[in-house]
Design a protein around this ligand. Structure first.
Ligand SMILES: C[S@@+](CC[C@H](N)C(=O)[O-])C[C@H]1O[C@@H](n2cnc3c(N)ncnc32)[C@H](O)[C@@H]1O
Length: 224
């Protein structure tokens, strides 16, 4: 991704060294001491919404896909602007022979759909704000889902959430570096961008984080 792109900062930290410790740091340490989320619950949420014809946007290490117990013949497409992520996750998920697509979710997606499920797990907080600008990610995913397709995901909320001191300090630091751009992200804002692209929307407030589901994608609006 071009370093002048506003989305560059949100994906640039995922180098080989970061990916090697990511599961321990994010799923083990940060989830417990900062976000207060239960990882088995996140895995269960993810399993509930994944299908055997799946698009995963921002797969990171591939941890959640690996935990989903998909059959070996499932179609899995991994989309991420960071080639390190695609290399790491596709190696981990080799038994599923995932397709990899180096692309930015804020641009129309160069993938062959339609997909029955898509996941945007822990990516929205990395995208450049305000939340209205993140709507493009949701629109682009909705456009490649089947009529019964489901988008699910989770994200760290901004200032509106009831964060503890560790979460507040961490968010301040990562927002300053633009690795996260989520201080304005709220449950209401996330609901609004999902409702613009899906007929049925659920957003669940889970303390520092929100879980979301969009079902029945709306027909895309004609280009301006
Ligand atoms: C916090 S990690 C989440 C990884 C994984 N989904 C999980 O929950 O463990 C954020 C992921 O989003 C990706 N990402 C960041 N900006 C992106 C963009 N503009 N388009 C698509 N993916 C992006 C990063 O490269 C990284 O893989």
């Amino acid at each position: 991704m071009d370093p002048s792109d506003p989305a560059y900062a949100g994906q640039k930290d995922y180098g080989k060294a970061m990916l090697a410790v990511y599961d321990w740091w994010v799923m083990g340490v940060m989830s417990r001491i900062a976000w207060k989320v239960d990882i088995p619950e996140m895995v269960e949420f993810y399993r509930e919404h994944i299908s055997t014809n799946h698009l995963d946007v921002g797969p990171g290490t591939g941890f959640l896909i690996d935990e989903a117990d998909l059959p070996d013949d499932a179609r899995v497409v991994l989309l991420d602007p960071n080639p390190n992520v695609l290399a790491h996750a596709s190696k981990r998920l080799a038994r599923l022979a995932p397709e990899t697509v180096e692309a930015d979710v804020l641009k129309p997606l160069p993938v062959e759909g339609p997909f029955d499920s898509a996941c945007l797990a822990n990516v929205l907080h990395c995208l450049p704000g305000p939340i209205e600008d993140k709507a493009r990610a949701i629109e682009h995913i909705a456009a490649v889902l089947s009529p019964d397709g489901v988008l699910s995901g989770s994200t760290v909320l901004g200032d509106s959430a009831d964060h503890n001191g560790i979460a507040t300090s961490f968010l301040k630091a990562v927002n300053k570096r633009k690795a996260f751009d989520n201080l304005g992200d709220s449950v209401e804002g996330i609901r609004a961008i999902l409702e613009a692209s899906f007929e049925e929307v659920e957003v669940t407030d889970a303390g520092s984080m929100a879980y979301f589901v969009g079902r029945r994608p709306k027909a895309p609006l004609p280009p301006d």
